[in-house]
Ligand binder design. Structure first.
Ligand SMILES: CC(C)(COP(=O)(O)OP(=O)(O)OC[C@H]1O[C@@H](n2cnc3c(N)ncnc32)[C@H](O)[C@@H]1OP(=O)(O)O)[C@@H](O)C(=O)NCCC(=O)NCCS
Length: 169
């Protein structure tokens, strides 16, 4: 399953994947669809920061995406990133999500990152299990910090230490 850096030409498919997740789940705490311009701005910002935006391809085209950004903007958090991963509904359960997240580890290490964070809706048992299998450890659950579909949402943070050669011990 080919995984490669995203290009501008992938942005419509990337936007469609995000918007299907927004419309059908609490995996993204947003109510309204992203516009193509919004995703373009996000993509340019990640690229300018030197952060990867990866896509997985199947016979239908872009089947999933993964990326990371800064966890929090303060300088002391510079060795920590937070990632996201989303797979097209008909392509789930075939290992793409795991492969996409796994493909983020080495780029993060090369950038000297020490810890990768996943902020996952606490009801998203499949994603939590997938991340645990990838070596993420479960951390705090923040109760009722999100709201969507007329109800409160709990957010769970998981973390993986990357042991980047360049990062301080
Ligand atoms: C979570 C997600 C990225 C996993 O991607 P994936 O390609 O299905 O993952 P993999 O095939 O590598 O791993 C499959 C695991 O994901 C879980 N999973 C979640 N939704 C699934 C679905 N619709 N079909 C199959 N497996 C699913 C399964 O529980 C499976 O774990 P298991 O083997 O222990 O049962 C993907 O289901 C997705 O995009 N979901 C909607 C958006 C989302 O939740 N994003 C993550 C936000 S943190």
């Amino acid at each position: 399953m080919p995984i490669r850096p995203a290009t501008d030409a992938d942005l419509p498919a990337i936007t469609a994947i995000f918007n299907a997740v927004i419309a059908t789940s609490t995996a993204i705490y947003a109510d309204d669809p992203f516009t193509l311009d919004d995703r373009r701005a996000w993509f340019v910002q990640r690229r300018d920061a030197g952060y990867p935006v990866l896509v997985a391809e199947d016979g239908e085209g872009v089947a999933g995406l993964a990326s990371f950004g800064d966890f929090r903007p303060w300088p002391g958090f510079r060795h920590t990133v937070e990632h996201s991963v989303h797979v097209r509904a008909d392509a789930r359960g075939r290992g793409l999500g795991s492969a996409l997240v796994g493909a983020l580890f080495d780029p993060a290490r090369r950038l000297g990152k020490h810890v990768m964070i996943a902020g996952i809706d606490a009801a998203n048992a499949g994603s939590i299990r997938m991340h645990e299998r990838l070596g993420f450890q479960r951390g705090a659950v923040l109760r009722e910090v999100g709201r969507k579909f007329g109800r409160w949402l709990d957010l769970e943070f998981l973390q993986k230490t990357l042991d980047a050669p360049g990062s301080p011990r």
